[in-house]
Design a protein around this ligand. Structure first.
Ligand code: NDP
Ligand code: GDR
Length: 358
């Protein structure tokens, strides 16, 4: 058909420039510490962010609210122990990147609930991967692996090649989650990467973890409280970084052409006892340490008040004594570096807790 004389020829029309589609990501465990920081990071990069939330009597959105992003993320009911729940979610919410951060994440509790830890931290990963493989095999997948898999350490520092020897039901389950992710990458060519992350903390850290328990307890004492903080093993050493730095590493892993596994760590290891002292310094306390084993106590020199005491109830049936990671591969391939050291981290958390205690 001949076009009317007044019509514009197609060749004269401006060529429409396709607007790049907004990337979409899904975060399981979005209500947790890392989930909240990762959601904030992805939003700042222009992503449409979806996340899984467990349907509890009182849904936990406090961290998303603290970061001021609760109304910018799209939440979906999700429990990793429910296969059909996962199936419907992956079918109905197609995304470019899928970050699996959900877990029963408290090591101490995993001895009381070993089957649940295995189901969520181990089988949950298989449920996700197998559903993605069937419905959305191009989706890039991140698995939250952990230094806890090293357990009884076989080499110092620990790298991606160090042998695993987990020491808790949590660590055993996470080792399964790690290996099934590697296996799906190798078996089906999926873009699946594991971040073997060493401990990372923040003012949003759950209060059952030792750093937050310390900073919150010390902040209360600095505000006039008189209850010493009861702790377990003060000699265990951890490689502590800031969670905000570590979520940047997760994102960088999924931007690589090829999937791989990466250690994220600071390379500095610190005993629990020293973390207490760093937090105390930030609150203008000076600690004297006395006694040994279950008799060990820390007292504030200025007030004579007891700040920390040992309570055997917080010792674990099997302990991970020493963790220190070598993040050379992440530095080299991802250009990733932690920006906050352990002193800065303890001070950041202690001051945030001091400000929050009325
Ligand atoms: P958190 O405990 O703060 O968050 C865990 C999240 O998982 C929460 O959102 C929780 O939901 C959710 N969750 C728990 N069980 C289920 C379930 N059955 N189905 C769906 N969601 C569930 O952990 P972090 O943010 O600190 O850690 C994130 C991930 O990284 C975890 O997998 C952890 O094991 C791993 N990891 C953490 C490290 C760290 O130092 N922080 C180091 C290495 C690995 P709800 O709010 O309802 O409880
Ligand atoms: P972790 O962290 O087990 O390393 O797991 P947590 O802070 O619980 O313990 C660290 C070390 O502190 C010792 N400790 C105490 N721990 C707690 N929680 N409470 C105490 O009172 C106490 N006293 C001493 C512990 O024995 C341990 O040696 C964290 C979690 O985020 C995991 O999900 C993650 O995989 C690993 O870090 C890397």
């Amino acid at each position: 058909m001949t076009p009317p004389a007044t019509a514009t020829a197609f060749s004269d029309l401006p060529v429409p420039v396709p607007t790049p589609a907004r990337k979409r990501a899904f975060i399981t465990g979005i209500t947790g510490q890392d989930g909240a920081y990762l959601a904030q990071l992805l939003l700042s990069k222009g992503y449409e962010v979806h996340g899984g939330i467990r349907r509890n009597a009182q849904a936990e959105r406090a961290r998303l609210e603290t970061l001021g992003i609760a109304d910018q993320v799209i939440l979906h009911d999700l429990d990793l122990s429910e296969m059909n729940n996962i199936f419907r979610l992956v079918r109905d919410v197609p995304v470019d990147e899928f970050y699996n951060l959900a877990a029963q994440s408290f090591v101490g509790a995993s001895w009381d609930q070993p089957v649940y830890a295995g189901d969520v931290n181990g089988m949950g990963v298989a449920r996700l991967l197998d559903t993605l493989r069937s419905l959305a095999p191009e989706t890039r997948f991140y698995q939250a692996s952990t230094s806890e898999m090293f357990g009884l350490v076989q080499a110092v520092p620990q790298t991606e090649e160090t042998r695993f020897y987990p020491r808790s039901p949590y660590g055993v389950a996470k080792a399964y989650g790690h290996y099934i992710t590697v296996n799906y990458r190798e078996s089906f060519g999926m873009h699946a990467s594991c971040g073997i992350l060493f401990n990372h903390e923040s003012p949003l850290r759950g209060e059952e973890f030792v750093t937050r328990k310390i900073t919150k307890g010390l902040a209360r004492i600095a505000r006039g409280g008189n209850a010493p903080v009861p702790l377990g093993n003060l000699s265990a050493r951890r490689d502590w970084g800031f969670a905000g730095d570590y979520v940047e590493g997760m994102w960088r892993m999924l931007q690589q052409d090829k999937p791989d596994d990466y250690v994220l760590a600071t390379g500095v290891t610190t005993p629990i006892r020293d973390f207490v002292s760093f937090a105390a310094e930030a609150l203008d306390m000076k600690l004297d340490w006395q006694g040994e084993g279950v008799e060990e106590v820390a007292t504030d020199r200025r007030t004579g008040r007891r700040v920390v005491e040992v309570n055997p109830a917080f010792f674990r049936p099997a302990e991970v004594d020493l963790l220190v990671g070598d993040a050379a591969r992440a530095r080299r391939q991802l250009g990733w570096r932690p920006r906050v050291d352990v002193r800065g981290l303890a001070a950041m958390m202690a001051r945030a807790d001091y400000d929050a205690v009325a």
